[in-house]
Design a protein around this ligand. Structure first.
Ligand code: NAG
Ligand code: NAG
Ligand code: NAG
Length: 972
């Protein structure tokens, strides 16, 4: 399919030999003149300057052969005009054409090449050879009669010489697919005198400039191809008006802006390829006047507005791709007139309404993609007339009703994606299996329940490559899987599969399976499984959220992501696990695993991004084996029984964003050696046996990105480590980052013969803070969110007045409770304007509560209880909302909400309590009622995108088949 589309496109391109004008041969001469001796020797010299290397990397065209092999003086062969690829003028014998494309020529070429002595040359084709990164020699200007020059894909490099601009006869210039650039001269100067140009192809030439207006003066242009030239600026609208232009291709120039003009003229335009640019605006109704169009490709631009129904006038259209824009409104029913259409792609827009029943007229359609819009209604029965359909993508809409049974008549279907819809009813899976060509089926979360009838003869059935049956109400593993050996990905997540994984499962598609997702079922046992698991290409294994018991399976050593979270696995981690030397994600969280970690964990050193061991019962110390060059981004050791020192070698993991040691028994001083990690945003040390003062001396370069910093429930002493925020990276408080989260994305593409699937994994740090019974649920931590929890330690001294002046503008949560802090509550706290929660309780603070704190308009929770505060409680704004227990245990505070009324003297004469007076309140550690409970966990989003890849066209057709936002798993 793919290659035939490709061929169609180029079939009309004439081989140049057939374009040669026959010159009348004078009637008195019946003998064609022989070639000229000097030209013959130029040709032979040219031949000698290259090696002939019969290899695909030199000439990739399947029909390539070494044409110059016939260039020899041996035998009766000295007439060079009869040599392969050589064309002579029939009247005078001069060499006027050389067609050496795909001839396995390998070697450099320079200005002194004898080629440039062939001054009668009109046509020169050296395409698809390998000129070893030569520059295009400037002596090309000797060939002043050249009308045709084709150097495509022949490994030329460097600047295109200005001399080329002297070839004023040039009508066809193809320099595409090399490593060329156009800097000086500019594109404008290069072509300004090439007024005869008909075909210009500079695809992949690095032009890095605007498109010069002068191109709009080249009135002979019939084709202009500037694919992937790094163009920018606004596209000259005059080019659309070129009277002879048939092909316009500016695909993949993301910097190129432009709009479509009002087409009130006759135009022979056949191909309008603007995909992957920043063209914007509406598709004007007048586009319906371009009656010659056969191909419109506007994929991934910025077009918007309605799709004009006049598109239905373009009855020659064969290919229409408007995907990945923001078109809205309905699919015009006039599309039913486009009876030559074979490819229709409207996916990932904002279209609504139903599928027009007239689309049933498009009997030539092979590809129909409408996925990820807002389409609704039923699938029109008539669509099933589209018997040539090979790919049908309707995922991610609101289609309802039953899946029409006639879909099972589409015998040519190779890929069907109905996932993420609102269909209803029960469908027999066998019916899909009988579609003999179907290799890719995605029904996950489409709304139907599948029944699997196991009676049919399994051996003759379809071989699937991709099978997505997530959320299909399956209650067992489909037996027919046992005969699948081409399967690349298998998604059975979120079904009702109970019990043991069948034994035959370990033999399914051993050579091909790359992704297995069995998560969110009720599996209790893996039964007898091979060690390691048998799939030699396995990349992703996800069995999270089942009820699996026993020891941890060891996946194939090829595995990139290993997810077993939220099961009941027990026992130690085997050393064998370290053989997964490409591992990127290791998520063993929420199991009953125990013992110490294998020393060999450093084997993951180079590849591991995410390590989550949270909520197990691991013990012992953590291996000191992290290495330089580590890519680790997130590590979670929390809620285990780890002991001993914190692993110093983590200081080498310079990419780290999040590190959680909380709820263990680490016995160490503060890890100031982590202070040089440039990206560390979360550091959670809560509830360990950490002790001693925290030196912020030389704090200038410490913890430059820290924003969630939890030291609570340890035995730290000395003054508060606020100085880390004195010189911090101000960019972390950029308002621009307000919509981003602390997360890690990784993706994996399963490549299939004609479809690609992108598995997109997004790990973010969800966070729950329970404060005074108010649960604040941060599903993800926004990049700007800042929280400091230093509570329940032995910090002493003042809360410095300078706190309000630190780089903490975004601070949302500050908890200093249950320490031995003395002194006043600083007025400057009022500067922390984003503060939502402030807890200073159970310290030895004295003086009054500063009136200025009423300026904290986001403050939801405030606690200063059990201090030695005096005087009136500030009144108004948020302070009217705080309950009395926010203030209790301060006998000399007065005013609402406390019952104690203020004396007038107290209002005017605040008298600070001395530290002596506060002694009788006892140690702050006697208060055990604490407070902030923070659970950190990894949340998991898995997205699946099916990509339709027609490699010859080099399209990146991606079909999103799962939003999978529904698969956000809260693991706390
Ligand atoms: C260029 O040639 C290389 C190998 O010689 C081949 O792999 C590639 O597909 C060719 N590209 C185009 C655009 O023809
Ligand atoms: C240049 O040669 C290649 C390979 O033969 C061909 O595909 C392409 O169409 C030619 N370019 C032009 C402008 O004729
Ligand atoms: C194009 O032709 C004009 C007039 O002959 C000449 O002045 C100019 O230099 C030429 N441009 C280039 C790039 O050769």
């Amino acid at each position: 399919m793919a290659s035939s589309l490709y061929c169609l496109k180029f079939v009309y391109l004439l081989s140049f030999l057939s374009t040669i004008h026959l010159v009348a041969v004078p009637s008195f001469s019946f003998v064609q003149p022989l070639c000229h001796g000097h030209e013959r020797s130029y040709l032979l010299q040219f031949k000698e300057s290259f090696a002939i290397i019969n290899n695909k990397s030199i000439s990739f065209d399947p029909s390539a052969y070494p044409k110059v092999a016939s260039w020899t003086l041996e035998g009766n062969n000295s007439d060079c005009c009869s040599w392969d690829g050589v064309e002579c003028d029939k009247s005078n014998g001069h060499v006027i054409g050389l067609d050496l494309n795909s001839s396995y020529l390998y070697g450099s070429i320079n200005s002194s090449s004898s080629l440039f002595n062939l001054v009668h040359l009109q046509r020169l084709n050296l395409a698809d050879n390998h000129f070893n990164h030569s520059q295009i020699p400037s002596t090309v200007s000797n060939l002043s009669k050249l009308t045709y020059l084709n150097l495509t894909n022949s490994t030329f490099s460097g600047q295109i010489p200005l001399e080329l601009s002297q070839l004023s006869q040039m009508s066809s210039l193809d320099l595409s697919y090399n490593h060329l650039e156009i800097k000086n001269p500019s594109l404008g100067r290069l072509v300004e005198n090439l007024t005869c140009l008909e075909n210009l192809d500079l695809s992949l030439v690095s032009i890095i400039s605007i498109v010069p207006n002068i191109l709009a003066n080249l009135s002979s242009l019939t084709s202009l191809r500037l694919y992937d030239c790094k163009l920018h600026g606004e596209f000259p609208v005059g080019i659309f008006k070129l009277p002879n232009l048939r092909v316009l291709n500016v695909r993949k120039n993301k910097g190129l802006t432009g709009y479509l003009p009002d087409f009130q003229w006759k135009s022979p335009l056949e191909e309008m390829i603007l995909a992957n640019t920043s063209f914007s605006g509406k598709l004007p109704a007048s586009v319906g006047n371009l009656g010659s169009l056969t191909e419109i490709d506007m994929r991934r631009c910025n077009f918007s507005g309605l799709i004009p129904s006049s598109l239905g006038n373009l009855t020659n259209l064969n290919y229409l791709d408007l995907s990945l824009n923001t078109f809205e409104g309905h699919i015009p029913s006039s599309f039913g007139n486009l009876i030559k259409l074979s490819f229709l792609h409207l996916a990932e827009n904002e279209l609504n309404g139903t599928i027009p029943f007239k689309l049933a007229n498009l009997t030539q359609l092979t590809h129909l993609f409408l996925y990820y819009n807002h389409l609704s209604g039923q699938i029109p029965f008539g669509l099933m007339n589209l018997t040539k359909l090979s790919s049908l993508g309707l995922a991610g809409n609101h289609f309802a009703g039953e899946i029409p049974s006639s879909i099972f008549n589409l015998e040519n279907l190779e890929a069907l994606d109905l996932s993420a819809n609102n269909f209803a009813g029960v469908v027999e899976f066998d019916k899909f299996v009988k579609l003999r060509k179907l290799t890719s089926l995605h029904l996950s979360d489409c709304g139907v329940s599948l029944i699997i009838n196991e009676t049919s003869d399994n051996t003759t059935l379809t071989k699937f490559q991709n099978l997505g049956l997530g959320s299909c109400n399956l209650s067992k593993f489909p037996n027919y899987l046992a005969n699948q050996d081409e399967l690349k990905w298998l998604h059975l997540a979120t079904n009702n599969i109970h019990g043991q994984v069948p034994e035959w499962f370990w033999n399914v598609s051993k050579e091909n399976l790359e992704v297995i997702d069995l998560s969110e079922n009720f599996l209790t046992s893996l039964g007898q499984y091979p060690v390691p698991l048998p799939w030699t290409r396995l990349a992703i294994l996800d069995i999270t959220s089942n009820r699996l018991q026993g020891s941890l399976p060891i996946p194939s050593f090829s595995t990139l992501e290993y997810h077993v979270s939220n099961n009941s696995f027990t026992g130690k981690i085997s050393e064998l696990i370290c053989n997964m030397s490409s591992l990127q994600v290791l998520d063993l969280s929420i199991n009953n695993l125990s013992g110490s970690l294998p020393q060999c964990l450093h084997n993951f050193g180079d590849s591991l991004l995410i390590l989550d061991l949270r909520r197990n019962t691991f013990e012992g110390s953590i291996p000191q084996t992290w290495t330089n060059g580590s890519k680790l981004l997130m590590i979670n050791f929390s809620q285990n029984k780890f002991q001993g020192l914190l692993p110093r070698s983590l200081a080498k993991c310079i990419m780290l964003k999040a590190l959680d040691f909380s709820n263990n028994q680490f016995n160490d001083t503060f890890p100031s050696w982590l202070g040089n990690l440039p990206n560390l945003k979360l550091l959670i040390l809560r509830s360990n046996k950490l002790y001693g003062p925290i030196s912020t001396h030389k704090a200038k370069y410490k913890f430059p990105s820290l924003q969630i910093f939890d030291l609570s429930y340890n035995s730290f002493t000395g003054s508060l480590p606020l100085k880390f925020f004195q010189y911090s990276n101000s960019s972390r408080f950029d308002s621009a980052s307000h919509l981003t989260y602390i997360e890690v994305n990784s993706s994996f593409i399963v490549q299939n013969s004609f479809q690609n699937y992108l598995w997109n994994l997004q790990y973010s740090y969800p966070m729950i803070m329970t404060n005074k019974g108010v649960v604040t649920d941060y599903k993800k931590v926004q990049e700007f969110f800042i929280a400091l929890d230093f509570s329940s330690n032995r910090f002493d001294g003042d809360i410095l007045e300078s706190i309000g002046n630190l780089n903490l503008k975004g601070l949302c949560l500050l908890n200093l409770s249950n320490n031995i802090l003395i002194g006043h509550i600083p007025q400057s706290l009022k500067n922390l304007v984003n503060l939502e929660s402030l807890d200073l309780s159970q310290n030895k603070l004295f003086g009054e509560i500063p009136q200025q704190l009423t300026q904290l308009t986001f403050l939801e929770s405030f606690n200063v209880s059990h201090n030695h505060l005096v005087g009136p409680i500030p009144q108004g704004k948020q302070f009217n909302t705080f309950p009395s227990n926010s203030f209790e245990g301060n006998p000399r505070l007065c005013g609402s909400p406390l019952t104690k009324k203020c004396e007038s003297s107290e209002v005017s004469l605040p008298s600070p309590t001395t530290p002596e007076e506060s002694k009788d309140l006892g140690s702050p550690f006697q208060f055990g009622w604490k407070i902030v409970l923070i659970g950190y966990g990894f949340g998991l989003v898995v997205g699946v995108i099916i990509g339709q890849v027609v490699s010859a066209r080099n399209h990146d057709w991606l079909i999103k088949t799962f939003g999978m936002r529904k698969l956000v798993r809260r693991l706390i």
